[in-house]
Design a protein around this ligand. Structure first.
Ligand code: CA
Length: 240
């Protein structure tokens, strides 16, 4: 709830996208900065620290992946990656190297604005020393402080692994977590390739928390990348 507008730094070489975001984000009250290259973007981020970075993965002078890697050596600024289709591997690598989220081109402004709000909210709650202790989405309620989970006010019994998986997703609600990040967090660093664990436990969890496990509304699949728990106030864009 800062009275100042949030500062957004866009690092992107395509003039049309820069123009589109300059107009849209300024109209939505953001303080907008832009750079065309990875180098200039990093310099700008260092000299005038933004509240959130939007980073194109294909830049003329650097891979977005290298930019995020360098940025993460000195900054925790929330970073949303813009990627073209077919950059799946780069997208996953960027998330694994500390990007917070991604938006695939072409994208709608509604989707990007929703991601920006999630990123800024996460940054705020991690400054407060870790978000609210109760998480609600759809008919799911997770009480982190007393480790209780409810669906439509009925308490659920989860196995320790199901609970760990659920709370990992909840703590990053609204953000995509890669298979690797989830496996590392829930099963430990030796298990990052055991994607079948994840499939099994995500299915189990959906049986318990989703009203229609075949059409999940809370625990969403990000095809080829990972999973995402819908953000608390349902800012997920509609449609595909
Ligand atoms: Ca580009």
């Amino acid at each position: 709830m800062s009275p100042d507008p949030a500062k957004v730094l866009l690092i992107e070489d395509e003039p049309e996208i820069r123009r589109f975001l300059r107009v849209s984000l300024s109209a939505h009250g953001y303080d907008f900065m832009e750079e065309e290259t990875g180098r200039a973007g990093l310099l700008r981020a260092a000299s005038n620290p933004p509240d959130v970075v939007i980073l194109d993965l294909g830049l003329p002078d650097a891979e977005g992946l290298d930019v995020i890697r360098e940025l993460r050596t000195w900054s925790k600024v929330p970073t949303i990656v813009l990627s073209a289709r077919g950059q799946e591997r780069d997208k996953i690598a960027a998330l694994d190297h500390g990007a917070d989220d991604y938006v695939t081109k072409p994208f709608g402004i509604g989707e990007l604005l929703a991601r920006l709000r999630v990123a800024l909210r996460h940054a705020e709650s991690s400054q407060d020393g870790g978000g609210p202790s109760t998480f609600r989405v759809n008919n799911l309620r997770v009480e982190l402080a007393n480790r209780q989970v409810f669906v439509s006010d009925k308490e659920l019994h989860l196995t320790p692994t199901e609970y760990r998986l659920l709370t990992t997703l909840v703590k990053h609600a609204g953000k995509v977590l890669t298979h690797r990040q989830l496996l590392k967090e829930v099963w430990g660093p030796d298990s990052v390739y055991e994607t079948q664990y994840l499939r099994v436990f995500v299915n189990q969890l959906r049986q318990k928390i989703e009203s229609d496990p075949a059409r999940p509304k809370s625990l969403l699949t990000e095809p080829g990348v990972g999973y995402r728990m819908v953000a608390e106030n349902n800012e997920e864009p509609k449609g595909c």
